[in-house]
Design a protein around this ligand. Structure first.
Ligand SMILES: [Fe+2]
Length: 355
């Protein structure tokens, strides 16, 4: 075993692609110098297989082997990132330039000089060792960055959940309404064939649809009876207030949440608020959340109303296709299992903590 300057022994693997006689000589030279793991294909034609399975640290390759295109093999070895020491009896500049151009790291001309071979092999293996150490370090760093990024993303999502929770606290201290709206919106988005990323973003953005209600006085938001015109106008402000609370973020989830807060009370027929947008002029996220929100309100009890029976709540959504709601979103809604939409939503934060 070769003892390296850092005190470690070399277990690095060398593959020698050479004719039988020279390979035996090289093996003896390398073994005498302490390189224990030197592999030689039985015949040069089997070199490809050996190179694939051996994971070498260095390939010593003769460019002029009978029946083997040395330059083509050099190109393949170089493409794997393994340093290659080229042996050649042809010491012309043309051959050298061609081999270097293909990525050969170094040359030894034949007949072989023992000292020269060992110096060049030692240099290349040391470089290889540093290269491997750098790759390992990079992989560690990448793992670390991935883990920290996941933590950060987790914290951001949890903050969004807690913002929705804060907004909802006055009239639903279980926050199940907002969570169910998030889940139903995500299911609708999936039914509509939207990307997995959009589905995921909607799951976290839709629960913030009513965040603007923290700017509406209780006397209006929680008023049991009919609202005056002035009170209704004030209540409708929750869309714009929510939009302002969420505006200007770089986060795609928050940007989506802003869009939803501003448009979830628009109606497909153009008679909603605050801007009487019509049809496709209403962002799809707003059209989706409108269905998820209204269905959930209908199907659950509120302080001043009973829950509608499931079938009746579904029927109301269907009846509003083309009026309050986008018919395509309603069609997607009909494909969902209505009963499962009533199930409580597990706390995603608790799930994350348990994970
Ligand atoms: Fe709302």
């Amino acid at each position: 075993m070769v003892i390296m300057p850092d005190g470690s022994g070399s277990t690095q693997r060398i593959v020698v692609v050479e004719d039988t006689e020279s390979a035996a000589l090289l093996q003896r030279i390398l073994a005498a110098a302490g390189y224990e793991d030197v592999r030689v294909p039985a015949v040069p034609m089997e070199a490809e297989t050996l190179l694939e399975t051996a994971d070498p640290d260095l390939v010593v390759l003769d460019l002029q082997l009978p029946g083997v295109d040395g330059f083509a093999m050099l190109e393949r070895v170089v493409s794997t990132g393994v340093p290659t020491l080229v042996l050649t009896a042809d010491d012309t500049p043309t051959t050298r330039r061609r081999a270097l151009g293909l990525g050969a790291r170094d040359f030894v001309t034949k007949p072989l000089d023992r000292v020269e071979v060992l110096l060049r092999v030692g240099n290349l293996l040391q470089t290889r060792r540093l290269q491997r150490a750098l790759e390992d370090r990079n992989q560690d760093l990448q793992r670390w960055v991935r883990a920290r990024t996941a933590d950060l993303e987790d914290a951001r999502r949890e903050t969004l959940e807690r913002l929705a929770m804060a907004a909802e606290y006055r009239d639903d201290d279980t926050q199940q309404h907002t969570k169910r709206v998030g889940r139903t919106a995500a299911l609708l988005a999936k039914q509509l064939g939207l990307s997995a990323e959009t589905v995921d973003h909607l799951r976290y953005a839709a629960p913030l649809h009513d965040v603007g209600k923290i700017g509406i006085p209780d006397a209006v938001w929680l008023k049991p009876g009919a609202l005056t015109d002035a009170e209704r106008a004030m209540l409708e402000q929750h869309t714009e207030i929510g939009g302002r609370i969420l505006a200007g973020s770089r986060s795609p989830i928050l940007r989506l949440a802003e869009q939803i807060a501003r448009t979830h009370h628009e109606r497909f027929d153009g008679t909603g608020y605050p801007h009487q947008l019509e049809g496709d002029a209403i962002p799809l996220a707003g059209r989706i959340t409108a269905v998820a929100d209204v269905f959930d309100v209908l199907a659950h009890p509120r302080p001043h109303k009973k829950a509608w029976p499931l079938e009746q709540a579904i029927e109301e959504i269907v009846n509003q296709a083309g009026r309050q709601f986008d018919p395509e979103v309603v069609a997607a809604f009909r494909r969902l299992d209505g009963r499962s939409l009533l199930d409580p939503v597990e706390d995603p934060s608790a799930l994350r903590r348990a994970a």
